[in-house]
Design a protein around this ligand. Structure first.
Ligand code: CA
Length: 526
């Protein structure tokens, strides 16, 4: 029986909701029961490919999906290709190889592929659909025109709705305040003082065990070691992706081909040779922070605010006096305090509408749902009344979520929140499990102007793409191979520098920069 009237639809939904409540007790008196978010009168199924590193498919039983289905009437059916592979690009290739595209194609690292295959007809241009049917997304992009520019393909069209991170800060410098206190030292304020402090950590037995076992600087991601070249005014990346290009005065550059980089690497090689850097920095990997802090061995690092400050709570009972404090970026040789890492406002992740989709209007409305207050809360925090409650107008997690054994973000991934669909992140999701030390550190960074401008990427035309694809991967490999050799002391950056630059040129580096520049000029109107 089809209930045509508004009243009838309301009744039908209420009955569906009651059935769901009886079955799971999950949905109690939801605020969306009035149905103003409904997109379709009759339930509509759309197929989706959603591949990302943590979960390699879409799960129709995620509480977030169940709630989105109730609110909108649209039900996503999993059609993810490559669920047996970890690599999202490989999964995308498997999807293309399969011939048929599902209605929605989404997930990790989507941007380059949709911007390549969209203009060829595989994906639907979204500009008009957004203007006509997606008032919430339209309002977002009208307020942030630079983001509309940044995701547009070479033909000027938008082909995907990105995951839009919220919050400014990512990584920060952290130092063992209790070690500084034990040695009677202040926090280092410039590159020379960092050098002296790391030497004092190495020689002064700040962990007090009578052994010279301290690891003055360590990093969970080895790339944070070469990133210290920023202390010599050099650069390692222009975005939140390691080794990325950057823009200086409207010109595309790469940090690894700049003079200051040579100077920075030369000094860091000296620091490494003198035992100021974890000798296993390139191999120790993701457990290094856990291990070196837990064993009271690590002195200084550069890592994410929330999780790094979390060790103050985690180790309060096991490492006596443990205090890992965020400190502002030390001054470089020219007196600049620079924090190179920050959150990027758009990710290459998100979702797109395939050319085979017969319901593009309903689909763009469904995408827009995640930009409504209700959809945004759902995609960020989970289901109201189950995972969070509205308290004085703020979505506040249930106590069992923030006090749980598992990290809040991991809990969210399990229910379908904070996943790599096109959605607008809400920093309030993270602030609720960011401890006071991290918040104090963020406040410290907020007082200064340490963040640098970001390069939001370019979309190539076919010709530019072919130049980039031909040269870049091997150039990048060569750059990183020389970088590591220089830092470890098996090469000499000073002696090899001119040959290195000549090698880069021979390998097509200047051609790559030229196509990046032409794409950049077209996209950002230089
Ligand atoms: Ca010691």
């Amino acid at each position: 029986m089809k209930l045509e009237t508004h009243q009838g639809r309301k009744l039908m939904r209420r009955l569906t909701l009651m059935a769901a409540a009886l079955a799971t007790t999950a949905f109690t008196a939801p605020a969306f029961a009035d149905g103003h978010l409904q997109i379709v009168d009759e339930p509509l199924e759309l197929t989706v490919h959603l591949h990302w590193p943590r979960k390699q498919s879409y799960d129709e039983t995620w509480p977030v999906e169940l709630a989105a289905r109730e609110m909108t009437g649209i039900h996503l059916k999993d059609a993810t290709a490559g669920s047996n592979v970890k690599d999202s690009l490989e999964a995308f290739n498997l999807l293309l190889a399969g011939g048929d595209l599902p209605d929605i194609v989404g997930g990790h690292l989507l941007k380059n592929n949709v911007n390549k295959y969209g203009p060829e007809g595989a994906f639907v241009p979204l500009n008009d659909l957004i203007d006509e049917h997606a008032p919430n997304m339209k309002a977002f992009f009208d307020a942030r025109p630079e983001l509309r520019q940044a995701i547009s393909a070479a033909d000027g069209n938008m082909y995907y709705i990105p995951y839009l991170p919220d919050g400014k800060y990512g990584r920060a410098y952290f130092i063992r305040q209790d070690w500084l206190d034990a040695l009677g030292l202040p926090q280092p304020q410039n590159v020379d003082e960092v050098y002296e402090t790391l030497k004092a950590f190495r020689d002064g037995d700040p962990n007090g065990n009578g052994e010279k076992d301290e690891v003055p600087f360590f990093a969970r991601n080895w790339e944070e070691f070469p990133r210290l070249v920023t202390l010599w005014d050099a650069r390692t990346s222009g975005s939140d992706t390691y080794h990325d290009f950057l823009v200086q005065d409207g010109k595309i550059q790469h940090g690894y081909a700049q003079e200051n980089y040579k100077i920075g690497i030369k000094n860091l090689a000296k620091w490494y040779a003198e035992g100021l850097i974890d000798p296993e920095v390139f191999t120790r990997g993701s457990s290094s922070r856990d291990y070196l802090l837990g064993e009271n061995l690590g002195g200084m690092t550069h890592d994410w605010f929330a999780s790094t400050a979390g060790y103050n709570t985690k180790l309060a009972d096991t490492v006596e006096g443990f205090e890992f404090a965020a400190m502002i970026p030390p001054e470089s040789v020219s007196g600049v305090r620079m924090e190179e890492h920050r959150r990027i406002p758009i990710k290459p992740d998100g979702w797109a509408i395939s050319y085979q989709n017969e319901h593009p209007v309903e689909t763009i409305k469904y995408f827009d749902f995640f930009f409504t207050p209700e959809g945004r809360n759902l995609s960020n925090f989970g289901v109201e009344g189950v995972h969070w409650d509205m308290v004085d107008g703020e979505p506040i997690y249930k106590p069992e979520i923030v006090s749980g054994e598992r990290a809040v973000n991991s809990q969210m991934y399990d229910i379908g929140a904070q996943i790599q669909r096109g959605y607008w992140q809400d920093y309030r999701y993270e602030i609720q499990w960011t401890n006071e030390i991290a918040l104090a550190g963020i406040a410290l960074y907020d007082e200064g102007d340490y963040l640098v401008d970001q390069f939001l990427g370019v979309a190539f035309n076919e010709e530019e793409q072919s130049v980039f694809d031909k040269y870049w991967s091997s150039i990048r490999t060569y750059m990183l191979e020389r970088q590591q050799a220089w830092l470890l002391g098996t090469g000499d950056v000073e002696a090899e520098w001119d040959d290195y630059l000549a090698d880069l040129d021979r390998q097509g580096f200047n051609d790559v920069v030229a196509v990046m520049q032409s794409a950049y000029d077209r996209q950002y109107g230089q």
